[in-house]
Ligand binder design. Structure first.
Ligand SMILES: *Cc1c(COP(=O)(O)O)cnc(C)c1O
Ligand code: SF4
Length: 366
């Protein structure tokens, strides 16, 4: 008889609870081999300022051997986040002035955002709401949620309720079902839309109960945030298939154009092809919003236009998103092109994608 295993056996795998933990502290990222020991002080300072979370699913997508890993770059804290560049602001899309009641943003006449909570499965280092999102707080109380839903009921110009946050798929299935049910009972609401990173960042959260919570007799759209082809892992594809088979939601994709993540025509092509193969229709490619400490991700607009121009004709028209900038003054999302037609010498000239001259949108000042 002996206590414990003999010293030369392979150690047992950690229990599932440990294996499945989301990493949040700098020390945990270092222990997991995702950050070097030398980065400890800076990573702690960043984590004290902006929420950090790396789910087990996202950690499995990372390649710690690649110093330029496009997955790690989206999630691992970096000292550059503590420097605010000129033009960066805490509310870069000006949501605050358009908030009639807590948790609602009403900018366009026919649609409004509902932010029932501010937690996300992961915290993206480039997030435009980084000054607001985080694991603590930000959940609307029952009374606040009621007041927000009342606002939708008494605002008949609003035909579309857009659940965002934070990430609405972080709600419990029961709470999410109640919100979807209550919105679906409002006569003038025709569309319920949700924006979420959960299917790619924490696919295990997409349980049958969560899928059922999206059931509605209204049109339901789920817009999945993903920025790199690798995010469409086998687990993510299964989560998306559960959502699709559930039948409630039509799937759309949204991405942010990010330096070091998807800033080449090849990376964007792979991303949009991966989305379509997952039956997710690319909807928006966002120009980076200037939130504090995000400058290392910025790709100038001229370069973004040139990248998309390169893709036109090369990939299926289904793969083509609208490239947009959310106006910093709160004026809404403006398409940034590229455009293929101009009025010249009294007539319209068209740059047909398959016979265009190169460099019509050569990169220049953004
Ligand atoms: C982005 C946004 C929407 C949705 O805009 P679409 O162009 O319809 O996707 C709606 N309301 C607000 C306040 C927004 O910021
Ligand atoms: S999932 Fe969306 S809201 Fe949440 S941190 Fe990432 S970009 Fe921000």
């Amino acid at each position: 008889m002996f206590d414990g295993p003999p010293p030369d056996t392979v150690p047992a795998p950690p229990p599932p609870a440990r294996r499945g933990r989301t990493l949040r502290a700098a020390a945990e990222l270092i222990a997991a081999g995702l950050l070097p020991e030398a980065a400890r002080a800076e990573a702690e300072a960043v984590a004290a300022r902006y929420a950090v979370a790396v789910t087990p699913a996202v950690r499995r997508l990372m390649d710690p051997a690649d110093p330029a890993d496009p997955i790690a770059r989206q999630y691992l804290p970096d000292a550059a986040e503590l420097r605010t560049a000129p033009g960066e602001t805490a509310d870069p899309t000006a949501d605050a002035p358009f908030t009639p009641v807590k948790g609602v943003v009403h900018r366009y006449p026919d649609r409004a955002l509902l932010k029932p909570l501010l937690a996300c499965p992961v915290y993206c280092r480039f997030c435009f709401r980084r000054e607001a999102v985080g694991p603590d707080g930000g959940v609307l109380s029952e009374a606040e949620l009621d007041a927000a839903l009342d606002w939708f009921e008494r605002t008949p110009s609003v035909r579309e309720a857009i659940l965002t946050g934070g990430d609405p798929l972080m709600l419990s299935p029961r709470r999410l079902a109640r919100i979807v049910e209550r919105l679906s009972a409002v006569p003038h609401i025709e569309i319920v839309r949700l924006h979420s990173r959960v299917p790619v960042a924490d696919p295990g959260r997409v349980t049958p109960a969560l899928v059922r919570a999206l059931e509605s007799d209204r049109a339901v759209f789920l817009c999945v945030h993903a920025n790199h082809a690798r995010e469409f892992s086998p687990e993510a594809l299964e989560a998306l298939a559960r959502l699709r088979r559930g039948g409630a939601a039509s799937l759309l994709g949204q991405s942010v154009l990010l330096r070091g993540v998807n800033d080449s025509a090849d990376a964007l092509e792979a991303l949009f092809r991966a989305m379509l193969a997952a039956r997710v229709k690319p909807y928006y490619l966002h120009q980076l919003d200037r939130a504090p400490g995000t400058a290392r991700f910025e790709v100038p607009i001229a370069e973004g236009r040139a990248l998309l121009r390169e893709l036109r004709g090369r990939v299926s028209g289904l793969a083509w998103p609208t490239y947009v900038l959310d106006s910093p003054d709160g004026g809404g999302k403006a398409p940034l092109g590229p455009d293929f037609a101009r009025f010249e010498g009294g007539e319209w000239r068209v740059d047909a994608p398959l016979r265009r001259a190169a460099a019509a949108d050569a990169p220049g000042p953004g």
